[in-house]
Design a protein around this ligand. Structure first.
Ligand code: GLY
Length: 399
């Protein structure tokens, strides 16, 4: 498989407004067709043979499904569909409310992934007081993971132990929940913590060649960088595709909320690395270390759509020329997903985007293998978010 260079991406055609409209309508219809299938449950993080098992509201990914419901609500074609989606989305908000009140499976940093596309979205779209309360409670829980020595939000595990004293690049997408909570409540403590975490992440997560560490261990005595490691990437020092993609969207979010000029530079670095390690069809391998000769390595389509959303977000703040450049790249990535990676016919329980990779085991990494060459629920969500961003450039984001 041949790598292409960033500038060759422009040899691909961009998605047209008609294709965008068609793809978004397809996703909305497929989401509506799945409502009955999932009922009061949620799709699991990854599909099995492209059909999601139905699960209760646990794990880190259920918010993406609710986010998909809200994106469908915003783009529904008929009043009946809108009403049905609204009712369904509100029931899911009830589930998220119950989950945070019962503190069920919330001892980790993924509360932004859970509560932004579900409850923050509901609050913005419907003004739901229950959604607001749930999301503020989630933000309260998230800040309990802040480690003052090193100034970061600890990702997983027992707080404070050296073995768990780390943050991961993905966490940049959990932080918008904290900015929203400060805005909503008037209490600056949430954003102060988010800002500290962003500062620590930006100072430590990128390597000299602009690839990103997946996880960063900090010294629990000095608060300084201890070492970087991967969990889901191929090996320590390789660039896990989704980590790099979280970096693209995460640095765009960091700029959105802080407006610190230097974060534009971080965005360009992390994005440049991602774009210079794509195969010809623009869908990355699960780790960007793979290239020519690695045809058998699985892809991760979810990384392409996450990165596209990040570029579309950053385009809001750049000058006309740069904004056009990154929007143009996002349009080409999304067209490629649309042409080669989207499901053709919807079956109950199907995802939307094929060929995602959740966690692939290698001889060197520490992940539990699952969801290789499958649909992954955040891939579906960000595919829809990217289409929605292209259709509605002024979209009031859920993050
Ligand atoms: N945040 C975990 C993942 O991207 O798989």
């Amino acid at each position: 498989m041949k790598w292409i260079k960033e500038k060759e991406i422009y040899d691909h055609p961009p998605i047209t407004p008609e294709e965008t409209e068609e793809a978004l309508s397809f996703c909305v219809r497929a989401t509506i067709e799945n409502l009955e299938y999932f009922g009061d449950g949620f799709p699991y993080a990854a599909s099995v043979d492209n059909i999601y098992p139905k699960v209760e509201n646990r794990g880190w990914t259920t918010g993406f499904y609710t986010g998909q419901v809200w994106l469908s609500y915003e783009n529904a074609q008929s009043a009946d569909d809108r009403e049905r989606l609204l009712e369904y989305g509100n029931k899911q908000v009830d589930s998220f409310y119950d989950r945070i009140k019962a503190l069920y499976d919330v001892e980790h940093h993924d509360l932004g992934f859970l509560y932004s596309p579900s409850c923050v979205a509901a609050c913005k779209l419907t003004g739901s007081a229950k959604a607001r309360e749930a999301a503020v409670s989630a933000a309260d829980k998230l800040i309990t993971r802040f480690q003052p020595v090193g100034e970061f939000i600890q990702a997983w595990g027992e707080m404070g132990e050296a073995d768990n004293y780390r943050f991961i690049i993905d966490c940049l997408l959990n932080l918008p929940l904290l900015y929203w909570a400060s805005e909503e409540t008037g209490d600056k403590k949430y954003r102060a913590i988010a800002e500290k975490h962003i500062h620590t992440a930006m100072a430590n997560v990128l390597r000299e060649d602009d690839s990103a560490w997946h996880t960063v261990f900090m010294d629990n005595k000095t608060g300084l960088f201890h070492h970087g490691a991967t969990c889901q990437g191929y090996k320590d020092g390789s660039a896990w595709a989704r980590g790099q993609a979280w970096g693209v969207y995460g640095t765009a979010m960091a700029y959105r909320y802080t407006k610190r000029e230097e974060y534009i530079g971080y965005f360009k670095r992390v994005t440049g690395y991602f774009l210079n390690h794509l195969p010809k069809d623009l869908c990355p391998c699960w780790d960007l270390t793979f290239g020519e000769g690695d045809e058998d390595e699985p892809r991760d389509s979810s990384s392409a759509v996450i990165a596209a959303c990040g570029m579309l977000e950053m385009s809001r703040y750049l000058d006309k020329e740069e904004s056009g450049y990154y929007t143009g790249i996002a349009k080409r990535l999304i067209r490629s997903m649309n042409q080669g990676y989207r499901i053709q016919e919807h079956r109950p329980g199907n995802g939307l985007l094929l060929h995602g990779t959740y966690s692939k085991k290698s001889p060197y990494n520490t992940c539990t293998p699952e969801g290789v060459d499958e649909c992954v629920i955040w891939g579906d969500y960000y595919y829809m978010e990217a289409l929605n961003r292209l259709k509605n450039p002024d979209w009031n984001i859920y993050w």
